[in-house]
Design a protein around this ligand. Sequence first.
Ligand code: NI
Ligand code: MN
Length: 234
Amino acid sequence: MRDTEVTYLGHATFMLRSPRGKRILIDPWVQGNPAVPEHLKRIEVLDYVLITHGHYDHIGDAVEIAAAHPSAIFVCNFETSVWLRGQGVTEANLVGMNKGGTVDLGGIAVTMVHADHSCGILDGGKIVYGGDPCGYVIAFENGFTLYHAGDTNVFSDMALIHELYHPEAALIPIGGHYTMGPREAAKACEFLQAPTVVAMHHHTFPVLAGSPEELERLAAGRWRVLGPRPGETL
Ligand code: NI
Ligand code: MN
């Protein structure tokens, strides 16, 4: 996509390669993620990690990945950043922020936006407060703008994400049960008006039954729906 490699690792996890070669991992659930192809479980180079929320299927390997990549910068909400610090991630590697904020990652502008979901962190058999879940709008060095919705239901302020940032492509959950399914995702696409939509967070588990084909049927040609297989690069 416009000189940006978008590799779907599986579930909600993506590896991006920016036009200038920066590697960005979104939602670090890799080793424990049954959807990730074996040959992609080993991460060689990593510059930045974006975390949408503290559920294990999004943050599960964050601490191990931080240890293996001591120069990688982790972006997440403030509360989750404090929790990661408590897990041994060094403060210099953490950017704790909140919705509406934008950070510059070496020429890539990352804005934290709303998500309608929950964010408790499973810690020693208990749920601890992890702040608010979020999505990210990523504006790359060449102006290409990508939206990762995180786990979310549809919300009408997705129209604001379109008005403010004009993402050209949107990575959105469609599996249902824990997030929106195809019916809600189609409404989300109407608000977002992104020409290209990439379906995620489906079929990792049987309960995540929403399919890209169903979203494509509901789209009726109004936007392009991609349903990559884990390991596929767009
Ligand atoms: Ni979740
Ligand atoms: Mn999830």
